[in-house]
Design a protein around this ligand. Sequence first.
Ligand code: FRU
Length: 488
Amino acid sequence: MNEKTKEMMEKAREQEQSMEGTVKSCPFRTRFHIMPPVGWINDPNGLCQFQGIFHAYFQYSPLSVNGGGGFWGHCVSQDLLHWEYKEPVLTTDIPEDAGGVYSGSALVEDGRLYLFYTGNVKLPGDYDYIDAGRISTQILVESPDGQHMSQKEKVLEMKDYPADITQHVRDPKVWKEEGRYHMVLGARRRAWKEDGERRDEGGVLVYSSADMHSWSLEREIFPKQYFGYMWECPDIFSLGEGEEERKILSFSPQGLAHEKERFQNRYQSGWGFLSGGRPEETFTEWDMGFDFYAPQTFQAEDGRRILIGWAGVPDTQEEHANLSVKNGWQHCLTLPRELTLERGRVIQRPVREIFGLPWRKEDPSGGEPFRWSSRAVRLDIRDISGGSAGVLLGTPGNGLAIQADRDTVTLSYINEEGEPSACGGGRKARTGRLEEPVDRLLILVDSSIAEIFVNGGEMVFTTRLYLEKKERELKIEGSGSVTLETVE
Ligand code: FRU
């Protein structure tokens, strides 16, 4: 630990302590979701289960509620639901990461934890930070306990990337396969349209290594046709067993054109099959809600493939606001989700641990809206069978309407007056269309976040929802059999 490390960690600690009361008094603090102790959170990093304990690291800006980075925050859990916050484990303390300890991943081997991340540098000056002015270095640290880190070791630097790649190369996800280590990196390649206009292409670089220290380029995966100018936070993993096993590439492309029922957010995140075709051809968004980006997966010791995303999207400050900012914090991560491959599709279910909580049955009937306080709500509507079902979280003047009609689900913050409700912070509506009629909606609400799993996890919607405690009502309409439960 050098002087810079000590100084940065001290600043983080002071900020966490001085803001603790303000943050804790916020009505929007969640119960089971990973949040910043103070300030801003974005991508989940270094997800793993190490010596039986779940570790989640994250992009963390304790010093500014509007981001800017500076740290990898750290929390641990026994059950993926109750998280204990620790000191940050990485900060900007060497020249190669002066502009940020960017996203990365964990690898557990022989009782040790290895973390890979991108050191980002933006040189002061008049640069475009695409072709000039940016330095992206991939860095390795090692830890015996998940908390104390070794010296930082540079494993890939600018001279190691292909010549046609811009200075945007980041977010290493590392895994071991057939005795070798592999690293996938998000990249932006210089490219031009037919008319000569510059239009860069997103893709990934795959490196491999025998020892984690020296890496060589193994493969580049770029789409046949333009599919965004940059792919962030890539991840490669397998789902399914035996002959069914398929390799999947998850990535977060930037620069896709909006469509009515796809790509509705500023930037996207999705997956595509790597085997038997090109990943962009089967690209499927992970989540159709307002708040989802930069997910990462890991394998639990029991073999489950678990995904956690950031319940936020970059560069949306002008479109909508998060009402927790006045209490000094912003954003959270999603509930962990179990991934499976079923009938050729990736299915996402909330981790089974959530169903083990002491849920209490409630009676939603009786005409009056059901009132819920700051606690988790689990609403399960089954046998909709392509009819319709509607749920209003909040009040008609200030709420989120979730509507299932035949094969679509729509989330809308538009209120009775036709205006976006305050509880959406400026958000309007999102729609997802399924391959089959909607039969089931599982809605999990945790204070200020709602996650909606449609048809047993064929489609998911994540959105933040800022209802004051007195506005926490819930009304259900339409066909389907309803189970409503709450937990403190
Ligand atoms: C995605 C991202 C990553 C980067 C990190 C920096 O949200 O832009 O590509 O590593 O955030 O915080």
